[in-house]
Design a protein around this ligand. Structure first.
Ligand code: D5M
Ligand code: FE
Ligand code: ZN
Length: 473
């Protein structure tokens, strides 16, 4: 008997386990690499279940010969903007968009006790009461000079300038994003102005995250940029092959989520054609489809678009249009959703957003950088909005309803765009920025974006334990 098998048997027997003769026969006939690791894994799992017999089924399961049918893999699309996208044109459209934003976020802030004292800005301006009052609105502008910060907020009744003297509160005021929603506690100043005493965000309330009943795993990816000469085809193929390997974690993956920039697109930036290996979107999507179709069919693949993908550039974006690649739509295990979208994986709510707004936020908010996108994600959650800044680099469509507010509290917030893997936890929400499968481009080098390519983020949906799996070049 081989040394590794003797070791594995001794290990299990010493832990009080019996080994069924069929399992024994299977071991003898197999050339099993990493047998020690596998036996330890089986012993650990079975001990948890208080079962002390290792049978053929257990071995087959852990060796990846057999799939675990008890693992749940229930995927529901809870929110997809695609059918609601209308693109109402013109100024009136934006008026409706902002009024929708104000109303939706006010609804959220109304759950806070202070909100009972909220007054319309116009009545506060006329009353000039000496007492503390609360107002809320969207930030129109902010400035900071010498020792004073100023914030102008607007509600449907009017707008007012708030002056901030307190040092700590100034830091909060200076980090406000233009067009974000905020509530303020204010008092009338002696010279007729108003002083902000507190700035309150809609934010995330105490939150207990939903968990999967079974130890099902999900893989989070974004920014593949298929079609670009910098796309890391070999590394992505290695990830796809891993999904079929007898690795104990790979065997439990049932979901794979791609958060946008699945292809590099055409005409996205000047002279892009010189950096493309596939010159049409059809070709790019075909290549994407060839790779994705090698993913085992028991894994559901959810695809949401980004700024490089076809459809429309402005947020919210519809799902990849069927006209470019009908085949992508015909796979039973592929689900196409818009950007943003909410899906439920075994009850775990995942908010998917490509992350276009990060560009504008990093440029205008002190202390934030491309190297730490999870910090930007915290700002978005506090503002309960995915793309607050209007009129910057991120195009936002004049929809009647603001579909970029974060109405429901997610369990996982998945963002991409920045090409840097970053993980964090905010109020029990798992924050994932899922990096990229594209090498650093000359443009990214010129603007100082240092990507972390070829890393897959893998999450146990029961424990929320996160693994990063590196597929180096
Ligand atoms: O974006 C890839 C990365 O490049 C992401 O971190 C944003 C950054 N980026 C994109 N456009 C610009 C501009 N104009 N200035 C600075 N940084 C930028 P991707 O969406 O994959 O092209
Ligand atoms: Fe990208
Ligand atoms: Zn992007």
């Amino acid at each position: 008997m081989k040394k590794e098998i003797t070791y594995a048997l001794d290990y299990a027997l010493n832990k009080g386990f019996q080994i069924h003769p069929n399992a024994f026969r299977l071991l003898e006939n197999l050339d099993v690499k990493q047998l020690e690791k596998i036996i330890k894994e089986i012993v650990r799992e079975k001990k948890k279940q208080n079962l002390y017999l290792i049978n053929q089924d257990d071995l087959e399961l852990f060796l990846g010969i057999k799939t675990d049918e008890t693992l749940r893999s229930d995927c529901q699309v809870e929110y997809d903007p695609t059918p609601n996208i209308t693109s109402a044109e013109g100024v009136n459209g934006f008026g409706m968009l902002f009024s929708s934003r104000f109303l939706k976020l006010k609804q959220i802030i109304l759950t806070r006790p202070e909100a009972k004292m909220l007054k319309p800005i116009s009545s506060v301006l006329s009353e000039k009461s000496k007492n503390d009052t609360y107002v809320c609105g969207l930030v129109v502008q902010r400035s900071s000079e010498r020792n004073v910060s100023k914030v102008t907020v607007e509600d449907p009744s009017g707008s007012m300038e708030l002056v901030v003297f307190d040092k700590d509160l100034q830091a909060v005021a200076d980090s406000l994003m233009v067009d974000q929603f905020v509530m303020a506690r204010i008092v009338a100043g002696k010279n007729g102005g108003f002083i902000a005493k507190d700035l309150i965000f809609p934010d995330i309330p105490d939150h207990h995250s939903n968990r999967s009943e079974t130890e099902t795993y999900a893989v989070f990816l974004s920014d593949l940029h298929v079609g670009s000469q910098y796309f890391m085809e070999a590394e992505l193929n290695a990830l796809v092959s891993w999904l079929s390997e007898p690795d104990p974690i790979a065997r439990k993956v049932r979901f794979l989520i791609i958060g946008g920039d699945v292809v590099d697109g055409v005409g996205i930036y000047p002279n892009q054609d010189k950096e493309l290996v596939c010159q049409t979107v059809d070709e790019q999507l075909e290549k994407l489809e060839r790779i994705i179709s090698k993913i085992p069919k028991n894994i559901k693949v959810i695809i949401s678009p980004g700024n490089h993908d076809p459809g429309r550039r402005a947020l919210p974006q519809p799902a990849l249009p069927q006209k470019y690649n009908t085949n992508l739509w015909s796979h039973e295990n592929i689900i196409l959703v818009g950007n943003p979208a909410i899906i439920s994986l075994n009850g775990v709510k995942v908010l998917i957003f490509h992350g276009q707004s990060i560009d504008d936020i990093v440029k205008t908010t002190p202390g934030l950088s491309y190297a730490k996108p999870a910090n930007v994600m915290r700002h978005l959650l506090r503002a309960r909005h995915l793309s607050p800044i209007y009129g910057g680099q991120t195009p936002i469509a004049p929809e009647k309803e603001d579909m970029l507010t974060i109405d429901e509290v997610p369990d996982i917030f998945h963002v991409g765009h920045v090409h840097v893997v970053d993980l964090d936890l905010y109020k029990n929400i798992l924050l994932i920025n899922s990096g990229t499968w594209q090498k650093q481009t000359p443009f990214q080098q010129s603007v100082g974006v240092n990507p972390t390519p070829g890393i897959a983020v893998v999450v146990n949906l029961k424990t929320f334990k996160v693994y990063t799996k590196d597929f180096p070049a």
